[in-house]
Design a protein around this ligand. Structure first.
Ligand code: GTP
Ligand code: MG
Length: 217
């Protein structure tokens, strides 16, 4: 079977762009940090989450989307986000910042606990409409990502690959990492067939992602 093309997400049209702009210019608030499944807020609205390896740029991406520098904590210390952080986006959506996976330098018991929570969440949240799986553009899809992608396949949660830190690579490196990511995604039935290339630093791909989230019914 030929690999699926997995093109880059198209530039949003004017309507989608404006919807995205309005949504993210409106109220966005931190709701709560969740440490156990029974602490999740009511499953009463559309929810999207940001998953990915430690340090890939999940919190930075949420800050870039919302244009608020310190909404989601971002840091140089991998493993900083240790709870499932819920943000309300307008009245009808939640955005969820997840703890990173694949980080070995925290105490084993702590890592085990938050990884178990991450898996329970990704596998069991009914209203999770889409999981954005962040992939560092310098590194591509790694073995630890595969474990999460398989879990999303099994749980039938549609996921979309978002390459981060695009400002750190050359045009030639872009093509190479895109080829690697496309090859990896083609093995996953739950993969949404478009990739988003982003830089939280330079703003690349941010409007596209806003429009995508805004036009999710
Ligand atoms: P954990 O919560 O530990 O899993 O990390 P995270 O995925 O939330 O990563 P975070 O947003 O904290 O970013 C990690 C580091 O990458 C920080 O030093 C950021 O400044 C940096 N970073 C994030 N996005 C970008 C980007 O688009 N470009 C560049 N150059 N650096 C980035
Ligand atoms: Mg984080």
């Amino acid at each position: 079977m030929a690999p699926l093309p997995f093109p880059l997400a198209a530039e949003p049209d004017q309507f989608a762009r404006e919807s995205g702009r309005l949504l993210f210019a409106g109220p966005v608030d931190f709701l709560k940090g969740v440490v156990a499944m029974d602490g999740l807020p009511p499953a009463d609205r559309v929810e999207v989450c940001f998953a990915g390896r430690s340090n890939v740029g999940k919190s930075s991406l949420i800050n870039a989307l919302t244009g608020r520098k310190n909404l989601a904590r971002a840091s140089n210390t991998p493993g900083r986000t240790q709870e499932i952080n819920y943000f309300t986006l307008g009245d009808e959506r939640y955005m969820v910042d997840l703890p990173g996976y694949g980080f070995a330098e925290a105490p084993v018991a702590v890592v085990k606990k938050w990884q178990a929570l991450l898996k329970a969440y990704l596998g069991g949240r009914q209203t999770l409409r889409r999981a954005f799986v962040l992939i560092d553009a310098r590194h591509g899809v790694k073995a630890v990502d595969e474990e999460i992608l398989e879990l999303l396949d099994r749980s039938a949660v549609t996921f979309q690959a978002v390459l981060t830190k695009a400002d750190k690579i050359s045009a030639k490196e872009r093509e190479a990492v895109l080829a690697q990511v496309r090859g990896a995604l083609s093995k996953h039935p739950a993969a949404y067939p478009e990739i988003v290339l982003t830089s939280s630093e330079k703003g690349e791909g941010i409007e596209t992602l806003r429009a995508l989230i805004a036009t999710m019914a």
